[in-house]
Design a protein around this ligand. Structure first.
Ligand SMILES: [Zn+2]
Ligand SMILES: [Zn+2]
Length: 341
């Protein structure tokens, strides 16, 4: 179920200069908080008899274009509306595309490569099938937070491939607001706490035998108590230890929490794609990295916290540093390895 260590997956992003990426800062700190993010974007309301002017610094490079989104899990519900509103970009989901051949959450097919590689492969798959020059795909990973193993984290990335301009843009988010988890049980009564945490029944569940030679049956997308009970009974009876393993279903259409993250990412991607590079004017200007070393307020020692953000262009080599959007200039002594070893 855990699709590799999510942290390892950030490194390859920095290898290729055409890929825009942000390495994950500490969960507790979001240096870009306060910048124009999803929460801050406001739809401009069209009032009768009034022509709205587009902000001059926002380019609509993708107005009237169509991008293909490869998904069989209804991700377009979260991704398409923000992109249409912000860019005028339509999202097309081709029928019959099987993205499961690139890996499944439940492990029947193993994912090969990093999440970014898989996402780009997925976007290209749709572009090849439809002949469109714009492709979208997202890829999610779930696992324990490396700093606090009891807290599950969700890493999601959304990639946009533009073959007309030869660019690839990635937006990603790491969040602990996920229901990701698993439990074992022989019956429904043992599961009360877990069902609460998992957000059942708005969030679906996966059930399979806990141990033993039998990996089947495998039930996915369980949202009804009766079906869950039946699956528990059947899986527990074939498991060597008499228990069924119950997992959260992380597929987008089965998991409203994941859809909310995708929507947030789509707003971020929309913002980035309408922000032109100050040097070459190509779309996709945004944060591509961070510089650590925010000085300690007590002793001035450079801490592990982010000091500055690096903005960059996916087409040219132009880069520019900017201070943290939250205006923080110093780190507290608690984060200082000298004051608080
Ligand atoms: Zn540029
Ligand atoms: Zn200090």
């Amino acid at each position: 179920m855990e699709r590799g260590a999510p942290w390892r997956d950030f490194r390859p992003l920095l290898r290729n200069d055409s890929l825009v990426s942000v390495s994950p800062p500490a969960l507790a700190e979001r240096p870009w908080k306060g910048s124009a993010g999803p929460g801050r974007f406001k739809f401009r309301r069209q009032k009768a008899g009034r022509v709205l002017r587009k902000p001059s610094h926002y380019a609509r490079h993708y107005e009237g274009c169509t991008a293909v989104l490869c998904t069989k899990h209804g991700k377009e519900a979260a991704i398409a509306p923000p992109l249409r509103a912000m860019l005028g970009l339509a999202v097309y989901v081709p029928a019959g595309m099987d993205t499961d051949i690139l890996g499944t959450f439940t492990g029947e097919i193993e994912r090969v490569g990093t999440p970014l590689e898989v996402a780009i492969r997925k976007a290209r798959m749709g572009m090849e099938a439809t002949g469109l020059s714009f492709g979208l795909a997202s890829e999610g990973s779930f696992g324990p937070d490396p700093r606090a193993p009891f807290i599950p984290v969700h890493h999601e990335l959304l990639v946009f491939v533009d073959d007309q301009r030869q660019l690839q843009v990635v937006e990603q988010v790491v969040t602990s607001r996920t229901n990701y988890g698993h439990s074992t049980a022989a019956s429904l009564e043992d599961l009360a706490d877990f069902l609460d945490r998992a957000g059942f029944p708005s969030h679906a569940l996966v059930v399979r035998p806990n141990t033993g030679p039998e990996t089947q049956p495998l039930y996915k997308g369980l949202r009804a108590v009766g079906a869950l009970q039946e699956a528990l009974r059947e899986c527990a009876s074939v498991s060597a230890d008499g228990l069924a393993r119950v997992e959260t279903d992380m597929r987008a259409h089965m998991n409203p929490s994941r859809l909310a993250v995708l929507r947030r990412l789509a707003f971020r991607l929309g913002h980035r794609l309408r922000t032109p590079c100050p040097s070459c004017q190509s779309p996709g200007w945004g944060v591509v990295g961070v510089i650590k070393g925010l000085p300690c307020a007590e002793c001035g020692y450079p801490t592990e916290l982010v000091r500055e953000l690096v903005e960059g262009c996916p087409c040219c080599t132009f880069r520019r540093n900017r201070p943290r959007a939250d205006g923080r200039r110093t780190a507290s002594a608690g984060d200082c390895p000298y004051c608080n070893p």
